[in-house]
Design a protein around this ligand. Structure first.
Ligand SMILES: CC(C)(COP(=O)(O)OP(=O)(O)OC[C@H]1O[C@@H](n2cnc3c(N)ncnc32)[C@H](O)[C@@H]1OP(=O)(O)O)[C@@H](O)C(=O)NCCC(=O)NCCS
Length: 178
């Protein structure tokens, strides 16, 4: 949890409109704590981010053989691309989160922070940003799936206020990427 610090989020130029334009950052993040002296801009994914995003996902261990990350990006750009956020520090892409909403539940995928920037509060800031966007779309609840063995990430989500719904996650693949 917090160690006596609170990151402040400042919407740039007031609340962002329903769609985000150009290079303008979604939020200018101002860290006022003694652990971080960098700023992270959070904004929607742009095509120029594709390769750094895939590199980050590989580094974070999120790329698995059954999912082609490029195809995942292509599919996301067709459905609610405004929920696919990246975080950058001094122009370097260091974090991602891919939100989704199907009219009933919000979903989170591809949350990743560059390992050298872990435990600086960036994961929390990205989650707060995507939660805010989902809420603005009318989403009442977010669901997400974490591998049961991924205890650190379960602790992270627990710190973000996510509880165990005691459900069994089921899935059926409709398309094979390779
Ligand atoms: C999950 C992840 C995005 C967290 O990002 P982060 O920027 O390091 O997280 P934060 O610094 O915002 O952490 C906020 C709080 O969550 C908790 N937390 C985060 N990582 C934790 C860990 N490994 N173990 C225990 N608690 C953790 C802590 O309470 C932390 O607050 P503190 O540092 O003041 O104690 C990052 O670990 C990551 O990229 N992991 C690899 C990719 C991954 O597995 N993604 C999830 C797929 S489901």
């Amino acid at each position: 949890m917090h160690r006596g610090w609170t990151p402040a989020l400042h919407p740039v130029g007031g609340p962002p409109p329903g769609r985000f334009r150009g290079e303008a950052p979604l939020f200018q993040v101002d860290f006022r704590n003694d652990r971080v002296n960098e700023d992270m801009n959070i904004r929607p994914f742009q095509e120029k981010d594709r390769l750094p995003v895939i590199d980050l996902w590989k580094e974070a261990g999120l790329v698995v053989p059954q999912n082609d990350p490029g195809k995942d990006i292509d599919r996301k750009m067709k459905v609610d691309p405004d929920l696919f956020l990246v975080g950058e520090i001094d122009g370097e892409l260091v974090a991602t989160v891919m939100g989704g909403y199907e009219g009933h539940r919000g979903w989170i995928n591809y949350l990743a922070v560059k390992p050298c920037h872990h435990r600086k509060g960036y994961g929390r800031l990205l989650m707060e940003s995507v939660e805010r966007l989902l809420k603005r779309k009318g989403c009442p609840k977010i669901n997400l799936q974490v591998r049961a063995t991924n205890s650190g990430v379960i602790e992270f989500y627990s710190a973000m206020g996510y509880g165990n719904d005691n459900v069994v996650g089921l899935g059926k693949r409709l398309m094979h990427d390779s």
